[in-house]
Write a protein that binds this ligand. Structure first.
Ligand code: ADP
Ligand code: MG
Length: 672
């Protein structure tokens, strides 16, 4: 905290009724926070070095309570006078069966305290360190109160246009700030909270709305004026299947975007297996037909290689040069590719983030496809803009469905398409949850599937913190699987992060070619790997995975026309959250439903890819709990921008001033 504004925006997480002082006798193991008043009986320093602590006994007419400090002892010791009365607030804990409060907020009890103006005293978040130095929540409350003594209405001016204020009957902004800290009553607090939440959501929507509309209006993009020979020939002669309705719709959207002369910045959300690759391929052909190059970026080498293989083979009879560039491309080969990319002979460059390195220069890049977007940050996206004088069109594809509310907030500046239809003939994947002691039966099941000519994945967790242990588990698991499936009747591939690229690649290829029937792997294979003949996905220690990860993994099967199965193996001891996750997995195959649940369970901060977006910088509002308010804010923001896209009208002046002072005079169109 550096400024008064920071202090103002440190919101209380609760209020306590100052008139309510509890009896020490009434503390039960269920008591969370408590406020008591009493006389300090004894105050002593006990223990030494790390165990050193300051212990105070405070007594009211009903009993004695122990207060303990581990830090800031000398400071607090000076402040506490035995025999004096104090007001104490804090979280009750139990130590060897006795109630105590560690690092409580404490202040001398004065009679005038009892008849202060406000009944509801704010409680602010603080840290142990701050508390130990006397800056607990209660001291912060004092600072905030002092600040409000000095503030006038003009210091927190209104920012919303009158029309919205009137329409939604919102509390004025100054009053809202005042009431969220020092509400006269519960109702005032509720109204203040609603007002400030609305502001957060509304401002976020206005900002992304501005970026989007200004980009649409001003940012020059390359023009794909026509559909040419490559696209048409491929579509008529080489397309291996009929496109789904969703694929056709998205292609239309892409053609429309790229044909306007402004830059496309489109997020394509499609559940695993919905067929995003072919959409990317057709879009790239569109670029080439219009004399531009295209590139496609994937988060891992395996994926990049796989895209390269499938794109090359689909295009093998067409005059299109496709090249692969990854971190392991040999120097000589790399040099050649760089030359050919610069002189324009490479039409499609596929690779990992190696393709956004500075040394990679295109002659005329027209389209960049980014697959599995959640692995790439906003900054990386932005680098692609610099690859050409006129920024290329950008198509970001993600298989991690994002709930609508999150998409609206975190990706509101992008145009987005949803592919909510799977190719025909797919059967829903059957998902079951089994405990470890059923492993034998699971292995038998795999054997039956292999006997029908199918293949199976067995996935082990790999969590960074316990990498060594996980690795040992993987090896043990591998030996175990080998015992069930002995050579030469069965062959097993193993893929994990500690292998060299060559070994990993070789194992991958053997599985793809059905030379091995079982793939034992860590989550390296999580994204995008496509082996339609695989019908069983076993996930070991499934309780250690998050929902979207489980869904991604499950998406590796069910890619062909055969019935597929996902078996979640766990230990019998599961916490509530894990149980909930596993249950959702067995109930639905719908990625969007799973994403909603994931958001509910984990909260937005943890959803992959949103952490760095900054758009979720919400202090009060929550996109999980305030969906309705978010919809309202979005509708208001859109209506306002439709009427006044540059915020030039008099009634929107204060909003514009607020945006400028908060975020600077941004050139909105330059943000990707
Ligand atoms: P994802 O959206 O997960 O990237 P892919 O593009 O890898 O999905 O496609 C999954 C599988 O579905 C591939 O084997 C692909 O060839 C196939 N596929 C894609 N579109 C169709 C379609 N319209 N009809 C039949 N199969 C399709
Ligand atoms: Mg894919």
């Amino acid at each position: 905290m550096f400024t008064f504004k920071d202090l103002l925006q440190l919101f209380p997480y609760r209020h306590i009724d100052k008139t309510k002082i509890s009896n020490i006798r009434d503390i039960t193991p269920q008591t969370e926070f408590i406020q008591v008043a009493g006389k300090v009986m004894g105050a002593t320093i006990v223990g030494e070095k790390k165990a050193k602590r300051f212990v105070v006994d405070i007594k009211d007419s009903t009993g004695v309570l122990e207060l303990v400090w581990f830090q800031g002892i000398s400071w607090i010791e000076k402040m506490i006078q035995p025999g004096q009365n104090y007001l104490v607030f804090g979280r009750v804990g139990f130590f060897q069966g006795n109630a105590q409060i560690t690092h409580p907020e404490i202040e001398p009890l004065t009679t005038e305290k009892q008849d202060g103006k406000s009944f509801l005293e704010p409680v602010y978040p603080s840290t142990e360190k701050l508390k130990a130095r006397g800056l607990g929540g209660r001291q912060i409350a004092k600072l905030t109160a002092a600040l409000f003594q000095a503030l006038h209405e003009k210091d927190i001016p209104e920012i919303l246009p009158d029309e919205i204020l009137a329409l939604l009957k919102l509390m004025p902004r100054f009053q809202a700030f005042s009431s969220i800290h020092f509400p006269a009553n519960v109702d005032a607090y509720t109204k203040a909270l609603e007002r400030l939440k609305f502001d957060e959501l509304f401002i976020a929507q206005i900002r992304t709305g501005l970026i989007k509309s200004q980009r649409h209006r001003y940012s020059k993009g390359v023009l794909f004026s026509h559909v040419g020979d490559l696209f048409n020939t491929f579509y008529k002669k080489y397309l291996p299947f009929e496109l789904t309705g969703a694929q056709k719709r998205v292609l239309k959207e892409i053609r429309k975007d790229t044909g306007t002369g402004t830059q496309m910045n489109r997020l394509l959300q499609g559940d695993v297996g919905s067929g995003k690759t072919i959409v990317a391929l057709l879009s790239m052909l569109l670029a080439i037909d219009n004399n531009f190059q295209a590139c496609m970026m994937a988060p891992t080498e395996i994926l990049a290689k796989q895209h390269f293989d499938s794109v090359s083979s689909l295009l093998k009879d067409l005059p299109v040069m496709v090249k692969l560039l990854t971190g392991s491309t040999k120097t000589k080969e790399r040099k050649k590719i760089l030359e050919e990319t610069l002189n324009g002979s490479v039409n499609i460059l596929i690779g990992t983030h190696a393709i956004i390195e500075d040394s990679v220069k295109f002659q005329n890049l027209g389209l960049a496809v980014i697959d599995e977007q959640h692995r790439f940050g906003v900054a990386q996206r932005a680098t692609i803009w610099d690859k050409a004088i006129i920024p290329p069109h950008i198509l970001v594809m993600t298989a991690t469905p994002i709930p609508r509310t999150l998409a609206m907030t975190a990706y509101g500046d992008l145009d987005y398409s949803i592919m909510d239809e799977l190719p025909p003939g797919r059967q829903p994947i059957i998902t079951v949850h089994r405990y470890d002691d059923n492993r034998q039966r699971v292995m038998e099941f795999i054997r039956e599937e292999i006997a029908k000519g199918r293949q199976a994945y067995i996935i082990f967790p790999l969590i960074e913190e316990s990498e060594k242990l996980d690795y040992e588990n993987l090896m043990k698991g591998y030996e175990n699987v080998k015992a069930y499936f002995p050579e030469p009747k069965y062959w097993i591939s193993m893929v994990h992060g500690r292998q060299t690229n060559e070994v990993r690649e070789a194992n991958m290829q053997r599985f793809i070619q059905n030379d091995t029937q079982i793939m034992v792997a860590t989550t390296v294979i999580e994204v995008g790997v496509n082996v339609p003949n695989a019908t069983v996905m076993v996930i070991e220690s499934a309780e250690k995975f998050g929902l979207s990860q489980l869904h991604q993994l499950r998406g590796r099967v069910g890619r062909g026309s055969e019935k597929s199965f996902c078996i979640l193996l766990t230990s019998p001891k599961l916490n509530k959250e894990a149980k909930e996750r596993l249950k959702i997995m067995t109930l639905t195959n719908d990625g969007f439903k799973i994403a909603e649940k994931d958001l509910e369970i984990r909260g937005p901060g943890d959803i992959e890819g949103t952490r760095q977006s900054g758009a979720l910088n919400l202090k009060l509002a929550s996109i999980v709990n305030d969906k309705q308010l978010l919809e309202t804010a979005r509708a208001c923001a859109q209506r306002l921008l439709d009427k006044d896209p540059d915020l030039n009208s008099a009634e929107n002046l204060r909003l514009k001033n607020h945006l400028n002072s908060e975020f600077g005079k941004t050139s909105w169109s330059k943000i990707s």
